[in-house]
Design a protein around this ligand. Sequence first.
Ligand SMILES: *[C@@H]1O[C@H](CO)[C@@H](O)[C@H](O)[C@H]1NC(C)=O
Ligand SMILES: *[C@@H]1O[C@H](CO)[C@@H](O)[C@H](O)[C@H]1NC(C)=O
Ligand SMILES: *[C@@H]1O[C@H](CO)[C@@H](O)[C@H](O)[C@H]1NC(C)=O
Ligand SMILES: *[C@@H]1O[C@H](CO)[C@@H](O)[C@H](O)[C@H]1NC(C)=O
Ligand SMILES: *[C@@H]1O[C@H](CO)[C@@H](O)[C@H](O)[C@H]1NC(C)=O
Length: 484
Amino acid sequence: MLTFALALSVLPLIHSASVSSSAAQTFLGVGGSGAWWPMDLYHFPEATRQNLSDLLFSQDGLGISSYRWNVGSGGVNVSNPVRAPETFYVSPGVYNWSADAQGVYFLTEASKRGVPGLTMFANSAPAPLTSGGTSCNSHFVNGTGAAYGTFLADVALHFIQRGIGINHISPMNEPDNNFGPSPCGQEGMQVFPNQRAEVVEGLYDALSSRGLASSVGVLADESSSLSLATSEYGSWLPQVIDKVAALVHHTYDFPSDPSYRSYISTTSTLYPGKATWMSEICCSLGQADGTGRGWSEGYDPTINNALMFSGLMFQSFIVAQEPHYDFWTLVSNQLGCSPTEDPSCVFESNSDGWTDGVIYYDGSYASNGNHDLYISKHFWTLKHFGNFVKPGSERRPIDNDASLNSMAVSTASTYYVLAMNPTTAGSTMNLTFPDAVCARTAWRTSASEDFVEVDGAETQNGEEWILLLTAISLTTYIFDKSAC
Ligand SMILES: *[C@@H]1O[C@H](CO)[C@@H](O)[C@H](O)[C@H]1NC(C)=O
Ligand SMILES: *[C@@H]1O[C@H](CO)[C@@H](O)[C@H](O)[C@H]1NC(C)=O
Ligand SMILES: *[C@@H]1O[C@H](CO)[C@@H](O)[C@H](O)[C@H]1NC(C)=O
Ligand SMILES: *[C@@H]1O[C@H](CO)[C@@H](O)[C@H](O)[C@H]1NC(C)=O
Ligand SMILES: *[C@@H]1O[C@H](CO)[C@@H](O)[C@H](O)[C@H]1NC(C)=O
C-alpha cells in the first residue's frame, strides 16, 4: 500500500490512456426523484413551473432520462405537509383521480418532454392498507399484497391510458424503515424481509392481469444500503426473482469500492442476469476527491461537493458497472439560510441545510413571495451525465490510472469522454481510441464555469488526443467516430 501511495504521488501530470474496443455495460438511465418538492413548486407561477420542467427534463437543462414520481399514501400522521402527498386511493377499486395534482403536473411535464424512463415509487401503501392505518410508523400487513398491487397497477394503467408511459413501479422505498415515531417527518412503511415477496407478487399479478407485466417492470427493494440489501435478499428474492425487473438499491452506507464490488459479485452469482442499479442518494458533505463522504446534514453547493457526487456516479458506473443512476430529490428547500435576507447565502456552505437537491428554492416562498430557483454546482455536473449518458449508449472502459475519474460513452456515431480532475493541479490526459475519431467540442464545469463550451481535444499525430483537465473540474470531450 505504501509503495502504491508513493507511486501515485510522483506520477507526472500527463496521463496516457486508451479507450477499449469492447463495451462494458449498456446504459439505461440517469435521473432523480419528484419527492417532495412538487407539493411546493405546484404553487409557483406557471412560467416558473415551466422553467423548472425545462431545467430538469429538457436537453437544454439536465436532460435526465429517468424520473421517479412519488405515488402518495395520503400523508396520514406525517406532520410536514410538504412530505405528505395525496393518495388516489379511496376504497378498494375506487379512486380519486383529482388527487395529487402536484405530482401529476410534473410527471406530465416530464412525459411531454420525452423523458423515456418513468418510475412510480411508493414510500408506503395507502394508509388504510397499513397496520396503523397511517402513512408512516406502520408496517405492511400480511395478506394485503393483492390489494396493494391492485392499487398500484390501476394507477399505472390510468396514466398509461392517458399517454404517460410509466415503465417501472417500485412498491417499497426503503422498506427497512417506518420513519416513525408519529407524527413523522415523511411517509414510510416497513416491509419486513419475509413480507417482501408478497408485495412483489401482488404487484406482478395485478400488472399481469391488466396486460402490463411485459411493459411495466417491478423494481425492488430499494434497501437504504448495500449491506442491508445483501443481508436481506435471501429472505424474499429467491421466491420472486422472475417477477423482479431489476434490483435497485440506495447507497446510504457510502460503500468503499471493495464493498461495492463485493455486493455486485455476490448478487450476480446468486441472481445471475439480474441488473442492479442505484435509485437514490443525497446528503453527503465531502471533497472533490471523495474524502469525507458519508450521510450528513449540511448544505454545500460548491464544485467540491458537486465533484464528490460525480465521483459517486463514476463509482456506480465504473467500479460496479451498473447501468442506471438516480440522484434523490433534484429540487429542495433545504438551503439552510434565507435568500431574501442574504442573497449570497445560496452560494455558500452552511451546516443547517442539506445537500439533497441540484436546484433549490426558498421554503418560506408562501409568506415572502420569493419564487426564485437557485441552481447549485450539482446541477451543472449532473448535466454532463444527463446530457451525454443516454439510454442505449455503451460504456467503453478507459485503462490506466485515469479510469476511475473518467468514463467513455459510445454511441453509433460519437464518443463522449466525461473526465474529472478532482485535484487542485491542472493535468492532461493523452487519449487514444480503437477507431478513427475527430474531436468536436467540449463542455466544462468548474468553480468559475457552469457547463461552458471550451476547445475540443487537440492532436499532433491524429492518434493521441490531448484532453486538458483544469483543476477541480468536470469536462466532457466530444469526438465524432470518423477521421477529421
Ligand atoms: C379528491 O382529491 C381532491 C384533491 O385533493 C380533494 O379536494 C377531494 O376532496 C378528494 N375527494 C375525495 C372523494 O377524496
Ligand atoms: C397517528 O396519530 C394519532 C394521533 O396523534 C395517534 O393516536 C396514532 O397512534 C398514530 N398512529 C400511528 C400508527 O403512529
Ligand atoms: C407474514 O408472512 C411471512 C411470509 O409468509 C411470514 O414469514 C411471517 O411470519 C408473517 N408475519 C406475521 C406477523 O404473520
Ligand atoms: C429559469 O430559472 C433559472 C434559474 O433561476 C434562471 O437563470 C433562468 O433565467 C430562468 N429561465 C427562464 C426562461 O425564466
Ligand atoms: C502526449 O501526446 C503528445 C502529442 O502526441 C506527445 O508528444 C507526448 O509525448 C504524449 N505524452 C505522454 C506522456 O504520452
